[in-house]
Design a binder for this molecule. Structure first.
Ligand SMILES: [Zn+2]
Length: 247
């Protein structure tokens, strides 16, 4: 078995699209100008996938082996190295690398909310101009805490939402400014997120997984940290004001 593609997307999101190996820093996302991103990194198994693989533990289940907690986002070279020279790359060491890398990515994303202004938002929602408006749905206000509970989101998602609320007024002002130029803009923005949201829900995703898939969607095509965080700021804004996610 290998990790599912959505698991890989979430792993890539948690890894900032960058190889987790310290000092490698290789970008592992191909941003297509015409479509979805392609994640070229590998979801490397920390505890081995098959008997005789590096760091294999016989008493684990396949589900545990392919769980995101046992996966490290690596470039092909680093994935080869950790499996060919397992003596240098123990389970303990790789888990440390994973924890540190994902924490740094999270911190960089949260810090960048302070840099989210109109130019970054413009980059983050450039796709909206090609998006038809949604046919239904309202922009009702719902308290985020209530929505967090209804959507079964854990502390990880809660922290992203709390950090994202810092940019809430900036995003609101930006959407308002765009709406002056194009009255359909708010509806089209929402429609793009709703299509993705309902598509993923249909596939059976919910809770944190669904939230992180939506974060990856909000960042697609974006490379600069402030732009990527702006994408999350827009998602958090929509989370608060409308019916992307359960009300
Ligand atoms: Zn690498």
């Amino acid at each position: 078995m290998a990790a599912s593609y959505p698991t890989k997307i979430i792993l890539a999101f948690r890894s900032g699209g960058v190889c987790a190996m310290p000092k490698c820093a290789r970008h592992l996302t191909y941003n297509s100008p015409t479509g979805d991103d392609t994640y070229v990194g590998e979801a490397a198994h920390i505890k081995g996938e098959k008997p005789k693989a590096a760091r294999y533990e016989a008493d684990m289940t396949d589900v545990e082996r392919d769980h995101i907690d046992n996966l490290l986002y690596l470039c092909t070279d680093d994935n080869t190295i950790i499996d060919k020279v397992p003596a240098d790359w123990t389970t303990v060491k790789l888990l440390e690398i994973k924890t540190k890398h994902e924490m740094q990515v999270r911190q960089a994303m949260e810090l960048a909310f302070a840099d989210v202004a109109f130019p970054e938002l413009q980059n983050a929602v450039a796709w909206v101009s090609n998006q038809p408006p949604a046919t239904n749905g309202s922009f009702d206000l719902t308290a985020p805490e209530e929505k967090i509970k209804k959507n079964a989101l854990s502390n990880g998602a809660r922290n992203i939402i709390a950090a994202g609320m810092m940019s809430r007024d900036t995003v609101a002002a930006y959407v308002e400014a765009e709406a002056q130029l194009d009255s359909d803009f708010p509806e089209r923005l929402k429609a793009g997120f709703l299509e993705e949201y309902f598509g993923q829900r249909k596939e059976g995703y919910k809770g944190d997984e669904l939230f992180e898939l939506m974060c990856a969607f909000a960042q697609r095509g974006l490379r600069k940290q402030a732009d990527r965080t702006a994408g999350i700021a827009v998602l958090v804004y929509l989370f608060e004001i409308c019916d992307v996610f359960e009300k």
